[in-house]
Design a protein around this ligand. Structure first.
Ligand code: BEZ
Length: 371
């Protein structure tokens, strides 16, 4: 895609007496969030009913942003902090968003009966065409975390033509090996399901630090009324097949991909390995410092900024808009170029958002973002 897509120009409103531009911006953001509460739909699929919530209105000639959450979460607990962060509003006003809940993870979901055959991750990927058909959407930019990143990758392998881009956070494309199974079984002897899931989502350092965020998510997962359903999704994740990505081979992602992982996050090694298997001309690798296991929760601003450049590389955000957005940031986001020693990169980048000179986001580079 070479030409830039249309950019929505927002009307400048006069300030109210005593109102600063920042206050006006915050009021507008609050109003937009209040007005757009999302519309929840359910669709019947060969693997049971799937619930998803749509925010915004479809934009002509633009893909929908479709998200898929990780185990132990639902679309709100996984993505709300990211999609409601300030700078994200500049992006999402240009896209309709479809937030999928894995079956049984929606709020108020009834508990499945004992023996219920929960879909595998591959089967969950096969429910996505039903959602797109229902909405009459033809293409997506996928944003997935953990199990959700795997599901979106599987969907992209099977439906390359409908996926324009993928943001994959904490992806582990490999099936569990013999050693992983042994370790998993051993942990299962001493830990509860919620503790195992927390160990999948967050680093040990974060868990022992017991910050407010950890307390909040520990509370959500430990007291989840649908914990039996969550366990079924967890089992499907642990029984996933290998995605078999192969650099230069037939089984690879053809669209632009942004891989994201926190440094020292539980899945860091898996994401690094995944990066080495994907096409370097299509893949950006964002390793975020000090972001723990869930960068979309802990560093939504930085992730949003990277997402903007990713979209810009796909021709969806005008660079004038991007430069303005970068300049408008008050917090400093610095990135050091890092050369991934395991392979030759087509491009590495060094960036400073303060200068507004971030490159156009062409895929195929490594970024390490630190605070
Ligand atoms: C959205 O605007 O896409 C959104 C709003 C609330 C929660 C998650 C996403």
């Amino acid at each position: 895609m070479t030409e830039l897509q249309e950019v929505q120009i927002t009307e400048e409103r006069p300030l109210l007496p005593g109102q600063t531009p920042e206050m006006a911006k915050e009021a507008e953001l609050a109003a937009r969030i209040l007005l757009d509460r999302g519309q929840t739909h359910s669709v019947e699929t060969p693997y049971g009913s799937v619930t998803f919530t749509v925010y915004g209105t479809p934009k002509p000639k633009r893909p929908a942003i479709l998200t898929y959450h990780d185990v132990g979460l639902n679309y709100k607990s996984c993505f709300q902090p990211l999609f409601q962060s300030g700078d994200m509003q500049e992006i999402i006003q240009n896209f309709v968003r479809v937030h999928v809940n894995a079956p049984g993870m929606e709020e108020g979901a009834p508990v499945y009966p004992v023996g219920y055959q929960y879909p595998s991750l591959d089967q969950l990927a096969d429910t996505i065409p039903c959602i797109l058909q229902y909405l009459n959407f033809s293409s997506i930019i996928g944003v997935g975390v953990g199990a959700g990143a795997y599901i979106l990758s599987r969907y992209a392998l099977n439906h390359q033509d409908t996926v324009e881009g993928l943001v994959l956070i904490n992806i582990d494309p490999n099936a569990k090996g013999w050693m992983d199974w042994a370790a998993h079984k051993l942990t299962g002897l001493t830990s509860s399901i919620p503790e195992m899931i927390l160990g999948h989502l967050f680093s040990q350092e974060e868990l022992s630090g017991n910050s407010e965020l950890i307390q909040k998510y520990r509370n959500i997962i430990t007291h989840a009324p649908n914990i039996e359903n969550i366990e079924l999704y967890w089992n499907s994740y642990n029984n996933r097949r290998d995605l078999n990505f192969e650099r230069g081979g037939d089984i690879t992602l053809k669209c632009p991909v942004m891989l994201v992982v926190g440094d020292q996050a539980p899945h860091e090694d898996a994401v690094v390995e995944c990066n080495s298997k994907l096409d370097p001309t299509q893949t950006s690798f964002l390793k975020m410092a000090d972001s723990g296991g869930q960068p979309q929760l802990t560093q939504p601003g930085k992730l949003t900024e990277a997402f903007k450049y990713f979209l810009q590389g796909m021709g969806y955000m005008a660079s004038s808009c991007m430069t303005r957005l970068s300049r408008s940031r008050t917090a400093s986001l610095t990135s050091a170029a890092s050369i991934d020693g395991s392979r030759s990169r087509t491009r590495t980048l060094s960036q400073s958002s303060e200068s507004g000179t971030l490159p156009s986001g062409t895929p195929g580079h490594t970024m390490e973002v630190s605070c």
